[in-house]
Design a protein around this ligand. Structure first.
Ligand code: SF4
Length: 451
């Protein structure tokens, strides 16, 4: 049987499965896990440990139709400036709740459009962040940048505060595709931001692309890839577009009939991987690519790639503090998500200083399942020896999981003494495999296509 037929038979073109940027996926967070858990888990972060901080800016001047991010459109800066004052209050409360000796290893500003802030507002926010948290020696400060909404003055401000990695949204350069997704962005705008960053010492650059967009063809996407290769980012994410108009109302602007079929999506993803590999980028997980000099590739070599809300990361911190509306904090014992709507978030900060409103407390086999799913997504394998050593009391769960995988997918794994390794041809199925060990997926609905 041809590889494509095997993938079809195993559900690649029909399955709707989570992306597993967390386990359990955020749609299984529970209302009972809110501020008290947030407070207890903040206090329980080991003194002296390194944490990561994520700050969410849920505002954009334009609302691109494809985008399912938690963000709102604004024409004026008044709501943005008001929101930043709430972020500053939340940062102070979080700082006061954490032990004194923690250090910040990562700071990431995402959105929405973080570069919508004025230089003065950004400086106020960053002053508070750096007052609150001492930085670890290998500190990384990264920001998501919309090249159409990033003034030189704002970029200069970020550089002044130590920006050392930037992530630029591109999606696709083809004008017909950009029109269909409501996101005009010229090559020149993108190149000019890249040049400014590099001239100012920010050389670690990620670009984000999407395959599966309306009107995308292998030829048009190949042209986008050629433009991107000429820009020479050291890291690239090529995500599959998730068409979920029932969750993201803006996407009703995108016509179903303009979208490539799931088989065509697979062709686009496969072509992108072949092209990027041919240009010296190594594949990381299901949708990232990195030059051999990039920290993510080095983490892969050391078996240290992890999965988080941004996708793949070399961040090793066990604690991620999410600041802002809808931001999710990850602790060793579970997750807490802040109130999602900006107004609800601000109400919570006004009334109770912290904004956690739902989450998940890990219990039973959740932690081991989370590790198994992260291993599958990051390494395409079940490292049974390591899992037995790490979770000696749950050996039965490891054995049951490996037995189920071998029985359910006899051709997909090579079985070694210490691990089950997915065969190369089967790797596109990894989210489907992960969903088969995920006890929550039995009640899942509404996810995006597996490819
Ligand atoms: S893609 Fe970026 S600029 Fe467009 S709506 Fe989403 S967050 Fe805003």
């Amino acid at each position: 049987m041809k590889k494509i037929d095997s993938l079809r038979e195993l559900g690649l073109f029909d399955a709707k499965v989570p992306r597993y940027t967390s386990y359990p996926p955020a749609n299984h967070f529970e209302n009972g896990v809110g501020q008290q858990f947030q407070k207890d888990w903040l206090r329980a972060v080991p003194d002296g440990s390194d944490i990561s901080v994520y700050i969410h800016i849920p505002f954009c001047k334009r609302l691109c139709w494809f985008c399912a991010c938690r963000t709102q459109g604004t024409k004026t800066m008044r709501p943005v400036d008001a929101y930043v004052e709430y972020l500053r209050r939340e940062i102070k409360t979080v700082r006061a709740t954490l032990p004194r000796g923690i250090r910040m290893a990562r700071l990431h500003l995402g959105g929405g459009t973080p570069t919508i802030l004025s230089p003065a507002t950004m400086a106020r926010l960053l002053d508070d962040v750096f007052d609150a948290f001492a930085t670890a020696p290998a500190f990384e400060f990264s920001v998501e940048i919309d090249p159409t909404e990033a003034s030189d003055a704002l970029l200069q401000t970020l550089v002044g505060y130590g920006l050392n990695r930037a992530s630029l949204g591109v999606q696709d350069f083809a004008p017909k595709v950009q029109k269909a997704i409501g996101r005009p962005q010229s090559l020149d705008q993108t190149r000019s931001v890249i040049t400014f960053l590099r001239d100012n010492g920010v050389t670690a650059l990620n670009l984000d692309l999407l395959y599966g967009l309306p009107h995308q063809t292998p030829e048009s996407f190949r042209q986008t890839l050629d433009h991107v290769i000429a820009m020479a980012p050291d890291r690239l994410a090529i995500y599959g577009y998730a068409h979920v108009p029932w969750m993201s109302k803006r996407q009703i602007m995108i016509k179903d009939e303009d979208l490539p079929s799931n088989e065509a999506r697979f062709e686009l993803a496969t072509m992108a991987q072949v092209v990027m590999n041919a240009h010296g980028y190594r594949t990381i997980g299901i949708d990232h690519f990195a030059k051999p000099s990039d920290a993510l590739f080095i983490a892969q070599q050391n078996d240290e790639v992890r999965r988080n809300f941004q996708g793949y990361t070399d961040d090793q911190s066990d604690t991620l503090i999410g600041i802002g509306a809808s931001a999710i904090s990850r602790f060793p014992d579970g997750y807490v998500q802040n109130a999602v709507a900006t107004s609800a978030y601000q109400d919570r900060i006004d009334n109770t200083q912290l904004a956690g409103h739902k989450g998940y407390a890990m219990r039973g086999d959740d932690t081991i399942m989370s590790q198994i799913i992260e291993d599958l997504l990051c390494r395409f394998k079940l490292n049974t020896a390591k899992l037995h050593a790490q979770f000696p009391a749950q050996s039965a769960a490891v054995n049951a999981c490996s037995l189920m995988l071998v029985r359910q997918y006899p051709d997909l794994f090579s079985v070694g003494k210490d691990d089950l390794q997915m065969r190369d041809w089967a790797k596109p199925l990894v989210r489907i495999i992960a969903s088969s060990v995920d006890t929550f997926s039995r009640t899942n609905t509404g996810h995006s296509a597996a490819i």
